[in-house]
Every structure is written in structure tokens, then in C-alpha cells.
Design a protein around this ligand. Structure first.
Ligand SMILES: [Zn+2]
Length: 434
């Protein structure tokens, strides 16, 4: 299949923009991309679709708990520690796998409609998360949550959850070419040191990604320092976590020497500006991370601390906050922000999506250009800049994952969203009342 569009934004190394551009897709991967006039004459290519608008890689959500659609809006106004212990964990302890399946289905529909084609998920009842993601057709890095969930009893101890995660890795890693399975030790403050060390050992054996909340709030760092005599990054290093492939979510309160440690150990970061702002946690030092060559992606976090799964909002907020904090308009350019949301996230997760280049998976989205947001763009770079500052997810009309057309006309075809909304509303009421 060949797609011809008015604009193709590759988000490759050089951020090339082709106007008009063509994209050839075969067997779920990109076979060729370039200026439409240069498109090769290929026998047996099949259909050519003129889609107009702009094609670009799908966005990569580097940190999410999408089934938390069930808890959307819970605990507004509380700081992280009270938000977790009073508004979130008591409800999560009562979740069933069916609740999580429906929560994830609704989350997938919301993500896909916003042009998000990959998501890194850390949650409970991970088998249900995997099934719901595969049913929706979204690309997913599943990192089953591992910690002692307060109030959940022996079903949710870190030992039990680590065993289940390793089993899920054996059963599901690589499924449908869409699902990767890693490990999700919740945080340094919700797992004992021997739990962190056990996770590190299993992760090394499986060569699995470790996805962990790191230094999200100042209070987290203070508590870890009081208990263990060192900061969160050093505690993770002592436990052996940093010896493997690591994705650190948030990393708001990290000092220069801790960022240097991340750089030495090639730790990737998922920056979640909106969740950090809503919970009053602070602003991560993204420019300092990029200066050190860290792989950085951006994430929505869960829809109870955001409160939606629209990564376009993060895409705009990340550079806005970085500039506001630095009092410097030259910090974190719009094209760089776009790179973080696509290729940067893919690199952070170890996925071969995030740019339109031959050999990469065919995860791409169409953005409507017939909109005031793109007037009066002149150059290709103008269009990329306005994608960040003026456009939004409302202009995403179509979404493909591995070449499969999942969203058309702004509607997610792979999820029964009206049913998912009803199911989540009913189940959320039960969680609130019981
Ligand atoms: Zn999180």
C-alpha cells in the first residue's frame, strides 16, 4: 500500500519533511518514504491511497497507567503521597481483572484517537492489560506492577507479583509483534531493598526493561535518604537495578551527579510534565538530561493525575514548562519536543517505531491540515513548529499501527468505545461506593 499525503513529516534523524510525500507500507513495516515525485515504481505494490493532510509517526507514550480511566479525577488537590494512600490504593486493592480490562480498553481508545500508537504501561492485573491492549491493536510495552499493594493481602505482595510478571514475560513477550513485557517495580519507597535486588536479578536474566518511578517528589527523596542514607538513584544502583535496561519515570528531583549516574548507566527517562504539575511535584530538568545525552520520552502518566491520555498536551506543556523555569525562550525547541514524543520515546522504550524510515514499523497518523492552526505556515519547519504550538489531537483523523488502520474519521474502530464508557462508569461507581 502506498499513502500519498500533502506533507510527510518523518521525524527521522534530520527531521525531513516531504511536500507532497509518499509512504510505502508492506507487511506492517515502512518499505519506502520520500518526496511523492521520487516514489519508486514498484510492481505489485498494490493500491495507492491519496490521504491529503499530514502523515507523521504515531506518538509514543513513555509512561502510563491507562486502566486508571476507572479512577479518573480521584483525589484532586492531594499531594502524591496522600493521593496514593487515600484516593488510589484503597480502590486499586478492590479492582478485578475485568475492571482493568475495560479500563484499558477505554484508555486504548482514548490514546489511539489522540494519535498515540505505543504506550508503556505499569499496572495491576497485567494479563488483563495485555489482553485489552492486544484487542485494541495498540503497541504496548507492558511492565507489570511489582510492590506490596496496601490492603490487597497475599494476592499482591512483591514476591507474588514478580513471579507473575516473569510468567507473563514467558507467555506474552513478542505477542502479535505488538507486545513487549518488562518489569514494573513501582518505586524505591514501595519495595524493600531485597525486593529491588530480586527484580534486578530477574530483569537481567530475561533482558527485560525495568520501568520504575524515580524521585517523583522531593518528599520521596527525603524519605529514602532518611531510611537508607542515600538518594533514590543510588539506592537503585546499589540494588543492581541500573545494571540492566531501565526506564525512570518522572525523575523530577535528581541532582547533577545523579543525572551523571543515569548517563553512565544509560538510564532512559519518561518525562510527565502534566502529572507532575497537577500533583504539585515539580518540573523535571529535561534540558539537563538532553545535554547529557539521556534518552528522554514523554508520558501522560495515569488518567487520575492528568486527567486524560492526550499526549499532545504533554507535547506542548514540556517545552512551555522548560522555558518558563529557565526564563529562556531558546530552551527545548518545538521540533525537539516533537522528537521527544516520537523518536525519543521509541528510543527510551527500545522500540523500532517513532520515525518514518524504511524498516521501521508502520505506526503513523494523519493530521488534518485544513485548519486555522496551520495558517500561515510556509516552510516544512513552520508546519512542525505549529504542530506543537497551535495544533492538537482534535486534528488527528486517522491512525495506523503496524499498518493496520485503527482510527478513521476520528473514531477508534478497534474498540467499542460507547460500551467501554458504560462499563467503566458502572465499575467506577462500584469502586467509589464499596
Ligand atoms: Zn506513574
Amino acid at each position: 500500500m502506498r499513502y500519498v499525503a500533502d506533507v510527510v513529516a518523518t521525524m527521522d534523524e534530520d527531521c525531513r519533511v516531504h511536500r507532497p510525500g509518499a509512504l510505502d507500507v508492506a507487511e506492517g513495516r515502512i518499505a519506502w518514504v520520500g518526496a511523492a515525485a521520487d516514489a519508486p515504481v514498484t510492481r505489485g505494490l498494490g493500491e495507492e491511497r491519496r490521504v491529503g493532510g499530514l502523515l507523521m509517526p504515531g506518538l509514543v507514550n513513555a509512561h502510563g497507567h491507562s486502566p486508571m480511566t476507572l479512577l479518573r479525577g480521584a483525589g484532586d488537590g492531594l499531594p502524591l503521597e496522600r493521593w496514593l494512600s487515600e484516593a488510589i490504593w484503597p480502590k486499586e486493592a478492590r479492582l478485578t481483572p475485568e475492571d482493568v480490562w475495560w479500563g484499558m480498553q477505554l484508555g486504548c481508545s482514548e490514546l489511539l484517537r489522540a494519535g498515540v500508537t505505543s504506550t508503556c504501561e505499569l499496572y495491576l492485573h497485567s494479563g488483563a492489560v495485555a489482553d485489552a491492549a492486544l484487542a485494541a491493536g495498540i503497541r504496548c510495552v507492558l511492565t507489570p506492577g511489582i510492590f506490596d499493594l496496601p490492603g490487597a493481602g497475599p494476592q499482591a505482595t512483591w514476591q507474588r507479583l514478580l513471579e507473575e510478571a516473569a510468567q507473563l514475560h514467558a507467555d506474552l513477550d513478542g505477542r502479535d509483534g505488538l507486545l513487549r513485557v518488562g518489569l514494573g517495580p513501582h518505586a524505591a519507597y514501595t519495595l524493600p531493598p531485597d525486593g529491588l535486588a530480586a527484580v534486578a536479578k530477574v530483569a537481567r536474566e530475561l533482558d527485560a526493561l525495568v520501568h520504575v518511578h524515580v524521585a517523583e517528589t522531593r518528599a520521596e527523596g527525603d524519605a529514602v535518604r532518611a531510611r537508607h542514607g542515600c538518594g533514590v538513584p543510588e539506592l537503585l544502583e546499589r540494588a543492581g537495578i541500573l545494571d540492566g535496561r531501565v526506564l525512570a519515570a518522572h525523575a523530577v528531583w535528581v541532582a547533577d551527579d545523579e543525572l551523571d549516574l543515569f548517563a553512565r548507566q544509560d538510564v532512559a527517562v519518561a518525562h510527565c510534565p502534566q502529572s507532575n504539575a497537577k500533583l504539585g511535584s515539580g518540573v523535571a530538568r529535561v534540558p539537563a538530561m538532553i545535554d547529557r545525552g539521556l534518552r528522554v520520552g514523554i508520558g501522560t502518566d495515569g488518567p487520575a493525575s492528568n486527567d486524560n491520555l492526550d499526549l499532545w498536551e504533554e507535547l506542548k506543556l514540556a517545552p512551555l514548562l522548560a522555558r518558563a523555569v529557565a526564563c529562556d525562550a531558546s530552551v527545548l525547541g518545538a521540533v525537539e519536543a516533537l522528537r521527544l514524543a516520537t523518536n525519543g520515546g521509541a528510543a527510551a522504550l527500545g522500540l523500532d517505531c517513532g520515525s518514518l524510515a524504511p524498516g521501521r514499523v508502520a505506526d503513523f497518523v494523519r493530521v488534518e491540515l485544513e485548519d486555522a492552526a496551520f495558517v500561515p505556515a510556509q516552510s516544512g519547519e513552520d508546519i512542525l513548529t505549529l504542530l506543537v504550538w497551535a495544533a492538537s489531537s482534535r486534528l488527528v483523523t486517522d491512525v495506523w499501527v503496524a499498518g493496520r488502520h485503527l482510527v478513521s474519521g476520528g473514531v477508534c474502530r478497534s474498540v467499542d468505545e460507547p460500551r467501554a464508557r458504560r462499563e467503566v462508569a458502572t465499575r467506577a461507581r462500584r469502586l467509589r461506593e464499596s
